[in-house]
Structure formats: structure tokens, C-alpha cells
Design a protein around this ligand. Structure first.
Ligand SMILES: Nc1ncnc2c1ncn2[C@@H]1O[C@H](COP(=O)(O)OP(=O)(O)OP(=O)(O)O)[C@@H](O)[C@H]1O
Ligand SMILES: [Mg+2]
Length: 260
């Protein structure tokens, strides 16, 4: 099983790439679970699920915590047996297009209702549970909130590799540099960078020179206005224009990721 955290500056294309990549992997028979850990909850829509059909984890934090029966830092065994926990979790796992499974962390329910720390802690606990000794998934991928916060909360330490999405803009490259450092600090084995919205080869070369240290792998995805057209229609590029350059590029990344 490969555990991947996807992060990067706001708006660089994390959700577009994770939705497309997860579906392409699932079409090849890979069992893929994606977890939307971004409070804007965009991933469900990108996978064709209406938010009204989503039961977010955060709405039932106490129950899930109780089922898993351990404190965040505890090494102790869950209080309930696996079958019982799986039954509870089943309600939160949504089967989406191409067989990709989705769990949504949830959002801040109303202004001033506090931070997301406990929700993120719950996702960390859940990932620990889902991935310990279970062979139910080939890929677990998390779409995280823009920026670096997820690393500060230690959630990222659960992962085998960090997929940092960036774009050819100085601010996005700055975030990439920072995320890669934090990812290394947490001991994540591989840092993979995807430069999205690339309009010519020189942009890609420039970014690889600007990064503080070399990522283990680096790929590019071309800019394609069809992605925005698809977004405006509430569609994913994979359905709107299956042969678009973006899909082609993500196809090649998928092949590489299968090998990592
Ligand atoms: N390769 C691309 N070419 C053109 N536009 C793109 C490309 N990839 C993504 N976009 C556009 O960029 C915008 C942001 O994409 P997306 O929502 O996937 O980013 P994000 O990183 O998940 O954003 P957020 O930080 O808000 O979660 C969308 O309008 C999307 O259509
Ligand atoms: Mg997003």
C-alpha cells in the first residue's frame, strides 16, 4: 500500500490532479482510497459526489474517536474489535466514480466554531487504523488544505511520500521549497514535485533550479484551458476532454507512481 499526501499552495491544482490521478489508478484495477482533508471539501465534487450526499467524519468525531478507542498519541489497541470499527467507518466511506473510495474530513460548521486540530487528529488516527495490517487499499491519498499547516500537525508523518503540486509562480515555488523541507524533517521517504500549468519547458527547468534540494522525482502537467472550461461546467477534465494534454500528462505520472 502506498500512502501519499498531496499538498501545495492554494489553487495550484491539487484537487484536479488527485481526482484525475485516483480515477486513472482505479481504472487500472488499483484499489484507491482518497481522503479529503481540506475544509473546502472540493474533492467530493470533483469525483461527481454532491456535498448533500457526504457524511463528513467531523460531524461525528466523538463517536469515531470512541470506536477507535485511543488517544491520539496512544499506542494502545482500539477498544472495539475490527469488525465493529469497520461497520462504523463504512458509513463514512463513499463509493465514487471508477470505484475510487472517498472519506471527507469535514469543515468548520459555523464561524467561530474553533480550529480543525481535532478533526486533523482524527484523520491521523483513522489513517493509522486503515493502514495498519490491512491490505484493503493499494493507494491511500490525502488532499490537504493549501499550504504547510498539515505538516505542523504531524499528520503528514503517516505517509510514504509527499506529492507537492506547484505552478510556475514564485509564491508557489516558495511554498514548495518550504513543504519539501518540512516533509524531509518529518522523515517522509520521498518528495515528488508536480509542476502544474506549465506553458513552456523553460518554466519547468527554472523551477528545478530554484528548489533548494532536488526532489526524488519531478514531473510537469501542461496548462490547458479545457480544465477551467470543465470546472465551469462542474465536470472533471477526464470526462469533459478525456484526451486533453493534462490527462495525457497525468497518465504518464500515474505510470511512474505505480513504479515508485
Ligand atoms: N493544468 C491546468 N491547466 C489550467 N487550469 C488548471 C490546471 N490545473 C488546475 N487548473 C485550474 O486551477 C484552479 C485551481 O484548481 P484546483 O481547485 O484543482 O486547485 P487546488 O490546489 O485544489 O485549490 P485549493 O487550494 O483551493 O484547494 C481551477 O480553476 C482549475 O480549473
Ligand atoms: Mg483543492
Amino acid at each position: 500500500m502506498k500512502k501519499i499526501i498531496v499538498t501545495g499552495k492554494g489553487g495550484v491544482g491539487k484537487t484536479t490532479i488527485i481526482a484525475t490521478l485516483s480515477r486513472l489508478l482505479a481504472r487500472e484495477g488499483q484499489r484507491v482510497l482518497v481522503i479529503d482533508c481540506d475544509p473546502s471539501m472540493n474533492l467530493a465534487m470533483s469525483l461527481g459526489i454532491s456535498l448533500s450526499d457526504v457524511l463528513p467524519l467531523a460531524e461525528n468525531k466523538a463517536n469515531i474517536h470512541e470506536r477507535l478507542g485511543m488517544d491520539m498519541d496512544d499506542e494502545q489497541e482500539p477498544a472495539h474489535d475490527k469488525i465493529e470499527i469497520d461497520e462504523v467507518l463504512e458509513d463514512y466511506i463513499i463509493e465514487t466514480i471508477d470505484g475510487v473510495k472517498l472519506i471527507v474530513m469535514g469543515t468548520i460548521p459555523f464561524g467561530g466554531s474553533g480550529c480543525l486540530c481535532s478533526s486533523i487528529a482524527l484523520v491521523k488516527l483513522l489513517i493509522g487504523y486503515i493502514t495498519s495490517g490491512s491490505e484493503d487499499n493499494d493507494f491511500v491519498m490525502v488532499d490537504s488544505q493549501a499550504g504547510v499547516e498539515i505538516f505542523g500537525r504531524g499528520l503528514a508523518s503517516e505517509f510514504d511520500f509527499t506529492l507537492v503540486i506547484t505552478e510556475p509562480m514564485p509564491k508557489a515555488v516558495e511554498v514548495t521549497r518550504h513543504v519539501m523541507k518540512l516533509s524531509r524533517d518529518l522523515g517522509i521517504k520521498k518528495q515528488i514535485v508536480i509542476v502544474n500549468k506549465v506553458e513552456d519547458g523553460t518554466e519547468y527547468e527554472k523551477i528545478s533550479r530554484e528548489l533548494e534540494f532536488n526532489p526524488d522525482q519531478m514531473y510537469s502537467v501542461r496548462y490547458d484551458k479545457k480544465v477551467i472550461e470543465a470546472d465551469k461546467k462542474g465536470l472533471l477534465i477526464l470526462d469533459y476532454a478525456p484526451h486533453a494534454s493534462v490527462v495525457e500528462d497525468i497518465q504518464s505520472i500515474k505510470k511512474e507512481i505505480l513504479e515508485v
